[in-house]
Design a protein around this ligand. Structure first.
Ligand SMILES: [Zn+2]
Length: 163
């Protein structure tokens, strides 16, 4: 047994420096800023992801509706409040489209969509659920209600008091 172990050690000794450094790199990457704090387990993250994807679907539908209400679909011109600006844009197809997208992303729905995308991104890279101010894990109930939350209740309250 002992002999076997030493023999194994000998054959592996050449490889070992490479191996240990590789392990080190992995360890470093797996533990970002929150070395002692653990995020939500995968099961919970998938649960949050489902909530976010559901909201994303809804918001995309709202954006589609918003887009339709903004545009006169037969002429492709803006209607309503933005009409003064649409006259200028009317004969510039591509640019108009671009403006429309810009407008949509500046809208409440568009902003929320980006928050949702951001939250999905944080789930993917393991940052989801942490308060961006104090670093504690945000309550599950809060995340279920506000899946895009990036602050715990305490920090959120503190911030709204200051502003
Ligand atoms: Zn906090």
């Amino acid at each position: 047994m002992a002999k076997k172990a030493t023999g194994k050690k000998k054959t592996q000794s050449k490889k070992s420096p490479v191996k240990s450094s590789a392990v080190k790199t992995i360890k470093k990457a797996a533990a970002p800023r929150t070395s002692s704090k653990k995020g939500y387990p995968k099961k919970d993250l998938e649960h949050f992801r489902r909530i976010i994807l559901e909201q994303k679907k809804e918001i995309l539908e709202e954006i589609a509706t918003l887009r339709e209400s903004m545009m006169d679909t037969s002429t492709g011109e803006y209607t309503g409040e933005n009409s003064s600006y649409s006259i200028h844009m009317a004969d510039q197809g591509g640019e108009q489209m671009e403006r429309e997208i810009t407008f949509l992303f500046a809208s409440r729905e568009g902003k929320y969509l980006r928050y949702l995308e951001d939250a999905l991104h944080r789930i993917d890279n393991g940052e989801y659920g942490f308060c961006r101010d104090c670093g504690t894990l945000i309550d599950k109930e809060r995340l279920e209600a506000v899946p895009i939350a990036q602050q715990c209740i305490e920090c959120k309250t503190k911030q709204s008091k200051n502003t």
